[in-house]
Design a protein around this ligand. Structure first.
Ligand code: CU
Length: 149
């Protein structure tokens, strides 16, 4: 009798927990990276593009990018054909951050070596909440554009 009452109370507590946002420990951002590429650089700077998807119920922010290929790696937005450095990009809950040609991008300055098509460049993405993610970015031809659909 007492045992049954206890387990019933426990079951109620669990379902109440699931119903309340923020109760579960894994309700944070759930990030994954896709579609990364770097156009083969023609001088000592390069750009990187990728998409960070967030299937979690909490927003996060991309705060910085690091790589062995350059000490000077920043994140840029493009507006009215001009680009400027930003301190972070939003990654909305149940949404995505798209870094793509003509828009937001990763900028590598003063490359220590110049990667060529077929190479892979390792970068580390740093976030406000989530653990860093390492991505091997494939280097594509200079004019490469991913397939649109
Ligand atoms: Cu830029």
């Amino acid at each position: 009798m007492i045992r049954r009452g206890t387990s019933f109370a426990a079951a109620v507590a669990v379902s109440a927990c699931l119903a309340l946002a923020g109760c579960s420990a894994d309700d944070g951002p759930k990030l994954s990276v896709s579609g990364a590429f770097m156009p083969q650089p023609v001088d000592d700077m390069a750009a990187g593009f990728l998409t960070v998807e967030n299937s979690g119920g909490t927003a996060d922010r991309l705060t910085s990018v690091t790589s062995d290929i350059a000490d000077d790696v920043t994140i840029h937005e493009s507006k009215n054909q001009r680009m400027r450095e930003v301190t972070s990009f939003d990654i909305p809950a149940d949404g995505a951050l798209a870094l793509e040609r003509g828009g937001n991008h990763i900028m590598f300055m003063a490359l220590k070596q110049r990667p060529e098509q077929g190479d892979k460049v390792a970068i580390e993405l740093h976030f406000e909440k989530s653990d860093p993610i390492t991505v091997e970015i494939p280097v594509k031809e200079t004019t490469y554009r991913p397939q649109q659909h």
